[in-house]
Design a protein around this ligand. Structure first.
Ligand SMILES: C[S@@+](CC[C@H](N)C(=O)[O-])C[C@H]1O[C@@H](n2cnc3c(N)ncnc32)[C@H](O)[C@@H]1O
Length: 236
């Protein structure tokens, strides 16, 4: 028997979006609300030629990216999310933006883009979990632009369980010490993985960190985010 797709309606920017139950609620969860605010700051001030939302989900962030991009690729690997993304498209579309939906993994799409010698000036990497492994391909594709990067690795650090590369993260980074891990370990690792980049803003939550990175001399500035919190919830 075919499985029934369970979707819930969530309101974002006055529009109804069909969402999956496992997707963070754009209108309720603290970290999701901060993501929307930061995304909106970017979308209101930037203008991209060609952007990629490589973990598009059901398209809530895509609604904002379509407002500031001439061409926008929405990449999603999961069939259920794709089905809802297509249904939400009527709310995402903008007259000046060409949207291309791609059913693939982020890695497949980005590697194919490198082979096709494409380049982008905007890239959103927002998985459930971590995608540090995508930094080399991101670096190859964005020479001047903005990369938004989310990682869930902090949850392991926060609990004192992180063993990436078989090396335990020092216990001093446990609990609120995770704030230091963000500044001393994560942010330098991201800038080292993206030559010619600068951290414009970040915020951290016990289960995820989102980092906004300028690559090259793209006009995006830290003062746009002045007043936004850096550490949320138990990390505050
Ligand atoms: C956090 S949600 C994305 C939310 C979306 N960026 C937004 O703000 O509206 C992560 C999405 O990535 C998808 N995903 C997970 N692994 C993926 C992969 N390797 N390639 C592409 N999509 C993936 C999941 O199915 C899920 O829909």
């Amino acid at each position: 028997m075919p499985s029934v797709l369970k979707a819930t309606n969530r309101i974002f920017c006055g529009k109804k979006f069909l969402c999956l139950d496992d997707q963070s609620a754009p209108d309720a969860d603290v970290a999701a609300i901060e993501k929307r605010i930061c995304n909106q700051i970017i979308s209101d001030r930037c203008s991209f030629v060609c952007g990629v939302d490589a973990f598009a989900g059901v398209g809530v962030s895509a609604f904002l990216w379509a407002r500031c991009s001439r061409t926008l690729f929405l990449v999603e690997r999961r069939q259920n999310a794709l089905t809802l993304l297509r249904k939400n498209l009527r709310n995402i579309r903008q007259p000046l933006c060409t949207i291309k939906i791609v059913h693939a993994t982020a890695q497949e799409f980005l590697e194919a883009a490198v082979r096709a010698k494409l380049s982008f000036d905007f890239l959103d990497l927002d998985p459930f979990g971590d995608c540090l492994d995508l930094l080399p391909v991101a670096s190859a594709l964005v020479q001047s632009g903005v990369i938004c990067f989310t990682t869930g690795e902090i949850y392991q650090v926060y609990r004192g369980l992180n063993r990436r590369g078989s090396k335990p993260t020092p216990q001093s980074y446990r609990g609120k010490g995770a704030r230091e891990w963000v500044r001393k370990e994560l942010l330098p690792e991201i800038t080292a993985g993206l030559p010619g980049s600068q951290i414009v803003h970040f915020y951290a939550y016990p289960t995820s960190v989102r980092v906004i990175v300028r690559v090259g001399c793209y006009p995006i500035y830290p003062h746009w985010f002045e007043g936004r919190p850096r550490f949320l919830s138990w990390l505050a």
